[in-house]
Write a protein that binds this ligand. Sequence first.
Ligand code: ZN
Length: 60
Amino acid sequence: MGLNFFNAELKCSNCGKVLNSGDEIVVHITLPSQKKMPVGILDKVLSKHSDKVYCKKCSE
Ligand SMILES: [Zn+2]
């Protein structure tokens, strides 16, 4: 176990690569209504609300 910025693991939806702090990522996310706008720790919000997350390689 090394130092890891993320509490929850974010993985690339295409290749399954684990995305770590410092990686560039591309997120496809559907914005909810303003009342339900997610606010919180970014990685948790992403893993909960994002439709797709891609590593830089798969986003190109
Ligand atoms: Zn990938």
